[in-house]
Write a protein that binds this ligand. Structure first.
Ligand SMILES: Nc1ncnc2c1ncn2[C@@H]1O[C@H](COP(=O)(O)OP(=O)(O)OP(=O)(O)O)[C@@H](O)[C@H]1O
Ligand SMILES: [Mg+2]
Length: 251
């Protein structure tokens, strides 16, 4: 496997509490990677190390190294605003800005100084199409994003991430607050864009992980227990703990 993201020996503490206990994990350049494991095992914490969102939490200390596309993202030279464009993030609760749909999707581009109306229009259409929400919103791009349903808001948030053309998309339980139809739309959408991005999705839904991911990593109590092709992790787990979790014996 050619590695696009390589994380080595990641230890992360909240104060004195060690939440990640030496994680070594890599991801290829394209495809969908699922992070699974019981509540509190460190999935969200690990995901946030990949775009330095933990930097915003004062009690956090971290050691180890993370390379993305050949760059050390914890190097003092790394600009975290640039990093978060390249490594976009979608959260459990849809979090559109209280602006129009159009302004939500163009937000990152405007921050980057892009004013060309035609380019902005094109990028809005392309991103909303990729995020499978264009048909539902195209006639009313200037209404508030907050007036949309939760599932539509989440797809607009995904379009907002796609608009700045990231390499990596991090999703932290993106469908757990949504109805099954909206969840299905988001799963289908991820499958259509999987060849163009490194997608890393945290999910408690094991069916979702097995339906859509190429690779799966199983976390338990701050450790990476097992990682590999989704089929082999689910059908032929190497570790007893993985087998127990996947067959619903805990978590
Ligand atoms: N901001 C924080 N301050 C202190 N401790 C935290 C903070 N965020 C997480 N933790 C702790 O770190 C551990 C890992 O939490 P994390 O949120 O990464 O787990 P998770 O696997 O995402 O869980 P869930 O499935 O419930 O979302 C937990 O013990 C949690 O209580
Ligand atoms: Mg979490």
């Amino acid at each position: 496997m050619e590695e696009f993201i390589t994380t080595k020996d990641i230890h992360l503490y909240y104060g004195k509490k060690e939440a990640l206990k030496g994680i070594n994990l890599s991801f290829p350049a394209k495809g969908i990677n699922a992070l699974i494991g019981p509540s509190g095992c460190g999935k969200s914490t690990y995901l946030r190390t990949l775009n330095r969102m933990n930097d915003l939490i004062p009690s956090v200390t971290m050691t180890g190294s993370i390379m993305i596309n050949g760059q050390d993202i914890y190097s003092p030279k790394m600009d975290t605003v640039d990093l978060r464009k390249k490594v976009g993030m979608v959260f459990q609760q849809p979090n559109p800005f209280p602006f129009s749909i159009y302004e939500n999707v163009t937000y990152g581009l405007r921050i980057a100084g892009i004013k060309d109306k035609q380019l902005l229009d094109e990028r809005v259409e392309q991103s909303l199409k990729q995020a499978a929400v264009w048909d539902e919103v195209k006639d009313d791009l200037h209404k508030s994003a907050l007036s949309l349903s939760g599932g539509q808001q989440q797809r607009v948030c995904i379009a907002r991430v796609l608009a700045v053309q990231p390499d990596v998309i991090l999703l932290d339980e993106p469908t757990s607050a949504l109805d099954p139809v909206s969840s299905g739309l988001i799963e289908d959408m991820l499958l259509t864009i999987r060849d163009n991005y490194t997608i890393i999705i945290v999910t408690h839904n094991l069916q979702q992980a097995s339906r859509i991911s190429d690779r799966t990593a199983f976390f338990l109590n701050g450790e990476l227990i097992e990682e590999g092709k989704t089929k082999s992790v689910f059908l032929n787990p190497k570790r007893q703990e993985t087998d127990d979790y996947i067959s619903g014996r805990f978590g």
